[in-house]
Design a protein around this ligand. Structure first.
Ligand code: HEM
Length: 470
């Protein structure tokens, strides 16, 4: 197998094109435009400068490769061998005294670690458990979605922690939700994307939250060592990680365990909550959509057993989710460092350059998605999302989302149950979604909906007996 160190330098084009600089303000360059709406900024620059350009954001000059060209490139061998993720995650890893994290390693180690975690992060982890998930959603609706106004992102965050906790760890650490959120906010802004200055890592708010998440991780580690000694490691993500550690203590080291075990919350909390909130907005705002969602949700819960196939078969709801992730992608760009001089579209991106890869740019291009700003669930049936390089809400290439299949069924059942159980509406028909960019782009925390009473009561489903035909 070829390793990164053996990769020969790519032949440079005879006279590479000059990478254009995006014009901006003195000193701060493009920071304001980027901070306001990163997706729109990358699209505007792609239109004005083409698929490669240099921006000046947050005090750093960065090369951006963007558009469908970049989307296709990310799935290529040249990208697999020519790009690495280490630098973006190193401060985060160091901060936790760990040796590595899945997102920050590449090559053979990365493949091994992904293989250990694949099952636990897949939708298979939910098989036979849709009755439990529905009960958890009902508990969450009862607790956080009462008559009156509901802050949508926050309410979904609590729902997701409970769902992920039960499925992946057998435990739902609700009392840690706020700490996990604060932790993600600082980690992504200060240690990963570096949009906030380094001294903010010493803020008491972060120190407190970080200590609490550390405490949660330690509890999980202790619990799983006890299981390992008793020979009762469960078949879930945490069991798999612990087995991975015992089998190869150099790969998943003891000092990595806390990070790995709390990882699902960092990876899943904001991403899923933001995408769900965006879908709720699209469904409520767009004429004619709500009724179709309700009809599909009601048909699902007319059954007394719900299976994975049923949730994947929620065609219209899954189409709404696809549209939500197109219009409000949580990862506007991916961040990487070049292993060697990299040839792309006639340009040469120099070795050891940290770059943005704007894979979400085509989401907003008329050429791929006619009338691109329109929330139109029927696009998916017209296969617009399937055009090469056009649609990448879960990223592309070696680090693409390991939790994608799990996220899809999780979000499907959440939306179906919400719209089956409750009558909800926007604050007013004129309401236009406000968005945030940090730590993860998506609907603002201030986005609220009104709950106008119950549509259907909370009737529990029956357990699916796995292996029996549905
Ligand atoms: C709507 C929901 C989600 C979206 C849009 C999403 C998006 C993404 C994206 C764009 C990446 C790639 C980042 C990069 O290349 O730098 C990623 C990676 C990842 N995601 Fe997700 N994600 C979602 C939900 C989840 C969930 C629920 C989990 C698990 C609980 C999860 C686990 C992961 C993991 C482990 C990685 C790292 C993979 C690697 O580095 O090899 N994600 N996700």
């Amino acid at each position: 197998m070829t390793t990164q160190s053996q990769v020969s330098v790519q032949p440079k084009p005879t006279s590479p094109k000059v990478i254009p600089n995006v014009g901006g303000l003195p000193i701060i360059g493009n920071t304001l435009e980027m901070a306001k709406d990163p997706a729109a900024f990358f699209v505007r620059c792609y239109r004005d400068y083409g698929p490669v350009y240099r921006v000046n954001v947050f005090g750093q000059k960065r090369i951006v490769i963007a558009g469908p060209e970049a989307g296709k490139f990310m799935n290529s061998k040249a990208a697999r061998l020519g790009l690495r993720s280490k630098e973006f995650w190193q401060d985060f890893v160091d901060h936790h005294g760990a040796s590595k994290t899945l997102t920050g390693i590449d090559g053979e180690q990365h493949q091994k670690m992904r293989a250990i975690m694949r099952d636990g992060f897949s939708r298979g982890a939910m098989a036979g458990r849709y009755h439990e998930l529905t009960d958890i959603i009902d508990i969450s609706l009862e607790r956080d979605w009462n008559d009156g106004e509901v802050p949508v992102v926050e309410a979904f965050q609590y729902m997701i922690v409970q769902l992920l906790g039960e499925v992946m760890t057998g435990n739902a650490p609700l009392e840690y939700v706020r700490d996990i959120r604060v932790n993600i906010l600082y980690i992504l802004n200060v240690l990963v994307t570096k949009q906030w200055p380094g001294f903010m890592i010493h803020m008491p708010e972060f120190k407190r939250a970080s200590a609490r998440v550390d405490e949660l991780g330690q509890q999980m580690v202790d619990e799983f060592f006890t299981h390992a000694e008793a020979g009762t490691l469960p078949k879930n993500l945490l069991g798999d990680v612990m087995r991975g550690h015992l089998d190869d203590p150099d790969l998943i080291q003891k000092r990595d365990l806390k990070l790995v075990l709390t990882g699902p919350y960092v990876a899943g909390l904001d991403t899923v909550a933001n995408s769900l909130a965006a879908a709720v907005y699209g469904i409520l705002k767009t004429p004619g959509v709500l009724e179709k969602v309700q009809a599909e949700a009601d048909a699902l819960f007319a059954k007394d057993i719900v299976t994975e196939r049923d949730v994947l078969g929620l065609n219209y709801i899954q189409n709404c989710l696809k549209e939500a992730m197109r219009l409000w992608p949580i990862a506007v760009a991916q961040m990487r460092t070049t292993n060697h001089d990299l040839e792309f579209e006639g340009f040469v991106v120099p070795k050891d350059e940290t770059i943005f890869i704007g894979t979400s740019v085509p989401h907003f291009m008329e050429e791929y998605f006619p009338d691109p700003m329109k929330f139109d669930p029927d696009r998916a049936d017209r296969r617009e999302h399937l055009q090469p390089g056009a649609y990448a809400p879960f990223g592309r290439g070696t680090h693409s989302c390991l939790g994608q299949s799990l996220a899809e069924v999780l979000m499907g059942i959440c939306i179906a149950r919400l719209f089956h159980r409750l009558n909800i509406s926007l604050e007013s028909t004129e309401y236009v979604l406000k968005t945030k960019t940090a730590p993860t782009p998506g609907p603002a925390m201030s986005f609220k909906i009104k709950v106008d009473g119950e549509r259907n009561p909370a009737t529990s489903l029956r357990a699916e007996i796995l292996g029996e035909a549905a």
